[in-house]
Ligand binder design. Structure first.
Ligand code: NDP
Ligand code: 2IT
Length: 448
């Protein structure tokens, strides 16, 4: 799809020139600009206030060296990033990704999307993202700890509970957040809610671990309900087998669905009896093993090498929960051909633009990442509130608030889509609703 609005088309050209070699960032901006065309037509005041130009330029980009010593005494060097993208509605907020594929373009696309996602949660959080090309896979606990301590030694100069509050993402879970929190506290001599996703004994929130996967299912259930459907009795395929995938599997199953497949970057398992989640948790959360080990316990299940084949499994609902661009045009066509009628995104930007076109061409329900996976950062926002009042809420309290937030997010997407003439297009609805709140704040605060 090409941009028709001349102002946005020209601005997109500038963004492309300024951010060469960062295709994921350009992809994210292009999608948002396409959605915002009716807003640009209706709101010349926002163009006059330079909101569009300003929102695509990060407020601050920090890139730093992360030296650490491995178990053999060898010095290793990684690159660290923190993109403080937008603070119009609150302190920068967003996760830290630790994966060898990390470079500036990945962190910028994630930080850009985080602005709109955080706005949709209704909580006061700006957009940010960070990470490193460090690969925690195959590293000892000691190596991971030394990396995290070195990473935080630089990062601590830029973050704070009222400035910038990082959290987890791919490769960054409870272990990594614990090491980073310990180092921040030691360097600053401050016990504050500077990170979210902390352990429950030092300021973490109940239900944060479950939040993204649960929230994805709450959002998806709302979307299904609005279209006369539900998870009950449906066959679901979920990619990934990390934090988001595991708790999406749990909640979808609780809501009456049968989840038949999970994956990792090496391959996927298909278990037509429904995934044995206790086993997956043991393998992935405790033993840090590969998903193929599943078939050692369940020989009736099938393991296939290569992760993209998972989209050839017939299903009613697909929940991509691994990584960006994991569903391409061909996979989307296969899903549609096999009768899949809904795709809802736990991962960030898991569908290529061509795949999204296929969803719309086939009248599939499409839950876009910014809205559908906002439950994780929403509960991070609730963790910040608990840290500020030095209290810990119950699981039921946090989970109840999460459910309400996800319902409200669906409602905002649905209503914005209707108001701007694209009913049923929740991607446009999410981009418009998320953008407008930030844009009003940017306009009100003047040219900063
Ligand atoms: P984890 O590190 O816990 O799990 C990631 C999963 O995705 C693993 O199964 C991993 O397989 C797989 N994966 C990662 N990279 C690739 C790749 N390049 N190709 C194929 N598979 C891959 O991360 P999360 O579950 O936290 O994150 C998953 C997605 O959800 C990401 O897109 C993240 O940005 C998004 N997200 C996470 C939130 C959170 O709160 N954690 C909140 C909102 C979105 P392997 O082990 O082989 O690498
Ligand atoms: O992509 C995301 O929203 C996250 N990785 C969670 C961010 C957070 O601050 O909890």
């Amino acid at each position: 799809m090409a941009l028709k609005n001349k102002y946005l088309a020209d601005l997109l050209e500038t963004v492309k020139k300024r951010n060469q070699g960062e295709p994921e960032f350009i992809q994210a901006v292009t999608e948002v600009f396409i959605s915002l065309e009716p807003v640009a037509e209706k709101r010349p005041d926002l163009i006059e206030a330079g909101v569009f130009e300003r929102i695509v330029e990060p407020e601050r980009q920090i890139i730093f060296r992360v030296p650490w010593v491995d178990d053999n005494g060898v010095t290793r060097v990684n690159r660290g990033f923190r993109i403080e993208f937008n603070s119009a509605i609150g302190p920068y907020k967003g996760g830290l990704r630790l994966h060898p594929s990390v470079y500036l373009g990945i962190i910028k696309f994630l930080g850009f999307e985080q602005i709109f996602k955080n706005s949709l949660t209704t909580l006061p959080m700006g957009g940010g993202k960070g990470g490193s090309d460090f690969d925690p896979k195959g590293k000892s606990d000691g190596e991971v700890m030394r990396f995290c301590q070195s990473f935080m030694t630089e990062l601590c100069k830029h973050i704070g509970p009222n400035t910038d509050v990082p959290a987890g993402d791919i490769g960054t879970g409870g272990r990594e957040i614990g090491y980073m929190f310990g180092q921040y506290k030691r360097l600053r001599n401050e016990f504050t809610g500077v990170l979210t996703g902390k352990g429950l004994t030092f300021g973490g929130s109940l239900a944060r671990t479950e939040a993204t996967g649960y929230g994805l299912c709450y959002y998806t259930e709302e979307m299904l309900k609005a279209n006369g459907k539900s998870f009950k009795g449906q066959t679901v395929v979920i990619s990934g087998s990390g934090n988001v995938a595991i708790y999406a599997t749990q909640k979808a199953t609780e809501l009456g669905a049968k989840v038949v497949a999970l994956s990792d970057s090496n391959g996927y398992i298909y278990d037509e009896n429904g995934i044995d989640l206790a086993l997956v948790k043991q393998l992935k959360e405790v033993e840090r093993k590969r998903i193929k080990e599943y078939v050692n316990v369940h020989p009736e299940a099938k393991y296939t090498e290569g992760c993209s084949g998972i989209w050839t499994i017939p299903c009613d609902i697909a929940l991509p929960c691994a990584t960006q661009n994991e569903i391409d045009e061909q996979s989307a066509k296969t899903l549609a051909k096999n009768g899949c009628y809904a795709v809802s995104e736990g991962a960030n930007m898991p569908s290529t633009p061509e795949a999204i076109d296929v969803y719309f061409a086939n009248n599939m329900l499409y839950g876009p990442a910014k809205a559908a996976n906002a439950g994780g950062v929403a509960v991070s926002g609730l963790e910040m509130s608990q840290n500020s009042e030095r209290l810990a809420w119950t699981f039921e309290d946090v989970d109840g608030r999460l459910k309400n937030i996800m319902k409200e997010i669906f409602k905002s997407c649905d209503e914005a889509a209707k108001e701007y003439g694209c009913e049923g297009n929740y991607m446009a609805g999410a981009n418009i609703a998320g953008f407008l709140k930030v844009a009003e704040a940017m306009k009100a605060q003047g040219c900063v």
